[in-house]
Design a protein around this ligand. Structure first.
Ligand code: NAD
Length: 330
């Protein structure tokens, strides 16, 4: 099988290169994203392998179909970046449904701890022997209420972590899981009753802007908000207004609604033209990271293994256990 990889970085090759050899796959790594003007590079390949910010439109699907590309391999769990309906009967879509939920949940808690206790600022201060504590006071998480939106694999890992911190854990999910050790409440109750809100639901037409002007208004003053899921879950304009109004104790964002073309790239020598992102950086209680919740050795290895298993299954007509069908977006 010949596979063209897009949006690759040096760290992607660490596991993909040796594992692909074992399978006998012929692979090509492109650093460029997969988009309208790079889609033709897929010609001659059996499969195209993409990452979270490679948006695949119906038109691109059609072009792949005409080029006889059989499969679109997603190096991610989320599939909101692909027009899944357009792909039906044209091209197979396979994803990596689970690689290390703990990696993302641990990162979410790391963001909360950092933004709450200002360890990022303390690090810079002590390096200059500024040992003052002014402005670095946080709050205890112990006995506070954590609100987990979405109790799938990552949300459940986050429930366990918050419980371990001695927090009361409430949760919202349209499909509650009785095994989850949290008290399920309505979304409204969660948004208004939690001291810490952590988002772990997928981005769909229903969840877009699940955090909006109204929900922010209803939140507790001094609330902590963490998003390691997808940027489109938060209305950034409303978030900025809430921050200006002093609503939030702290905000940790590993994802951002306009991250495509910015995250994963070194933009340090350029003028930042995204005004909302630039504005968010000015708040002392906001911490932004570049969609890296997944980025552990264990998760990267699992992503490579499952992606190539998916390709092997396509090549050999085996059951496609990780196929994303049109029913997933209905
Ligand atoms: P999952 O499918 O196991 O769980 C998602 C949960 O969300 C399910 O329980 C589902 O019922 C629930 N849900 C659906 N609609 C909802 C709604 N309207 N309100 C509340 N909950 C709703 O997925 P997962 O593996 O836990 O991943 C969650 C999300 O995390 C992914 O969709 C992806 O966007 C994101 N993610 C981010 C990173 C990162 O690096 N930051 C890595 C992996 C995944």
């Amino acid at each position: 099988m010949k596979i063209a990889f897009f949006s690759t970085k040096p760290y992607d090759r660490i596991w993909f290169e040796p594992m692909s050899k074992e399978y006998g796959f012929e692979i090509r790594f492109y650093e460029m994203p997969f988009q309208e003007d790079t889609v033709t590079l897929a010609k001659g390949y059996d499969a195209v392998c993409i990452f979270v910010n490679d948006h695949v439109s119906a038109d691109m699907i059609q072009q792949l179909y005409e080029m006889k590309v059989k499969a679109l391999l997603l190096r991610s769990a989320g599939f909101n970046h692909v027009d899944v309906k357009a792909a039906e009967d044209k091209i197979l879509i396979l994803r990596v449904p689970s690689y290390s939920p703990e990696a993302v949940a641990e990162f979410a808690m790391g963001l909360i701890l950092t933004v709450n206790r200002y360890t990022h600022k303390a690090y810079n201060r002590t390096r200059e022997f500024n040992m003052s504590l002014n402005g670095l006071m946080g709050v205890d998480l112990y006995r506070k209420t954590a609100g987990i939106v979405g109790t799938g694999k990552i949300g459940q890992a986050m429930v366990r972590i918050c419980s371990g911190f001695g927090m009361r854990v409430i949760a919202y999910d349209p499909y509650p899981d009785p095994k989850v050790d949290a008290e399920y409440v309505s979304l409204e109750e969660l948004m208004s009753g939690a001291d810490l809100i952590s988002l772990h639901c997928p981005l769909t037409s229903e969840t877009r802007y699940i955090v909006n002007r109204q929900t922010i208004e209803n939140m507790k003053d001094g609330v902590y908000l963490v998003n390691t899921s997808r940027g489109g879950l938060i209305d950034t304009d409303a978030l900025i207004d809430g921050l200006v109004a002093g609503k939030f104790g702290g905000v940790g964002l590993d994802v951002y609604e306009e991250e495509e073309g910015i995250f994963y790239e070194d933009k340090s020598g350029e003028i930042m033209r995204d005004e909302n992102l630039a504005r968010l950086m000015t708040f002392p209680n906001v911490l932004i990271t570049s969609h890296m919740g997944f980025f552990t050795k264990e998760a990267m290895q699992a992503i490579a293994a499952v992606t190539l298993e998916n390709a092997y299954a396509v090549e050999n007509g085996l059951p496609l256990v990780n196929k994303v069908g049109a029913e997933a977006v209905k």
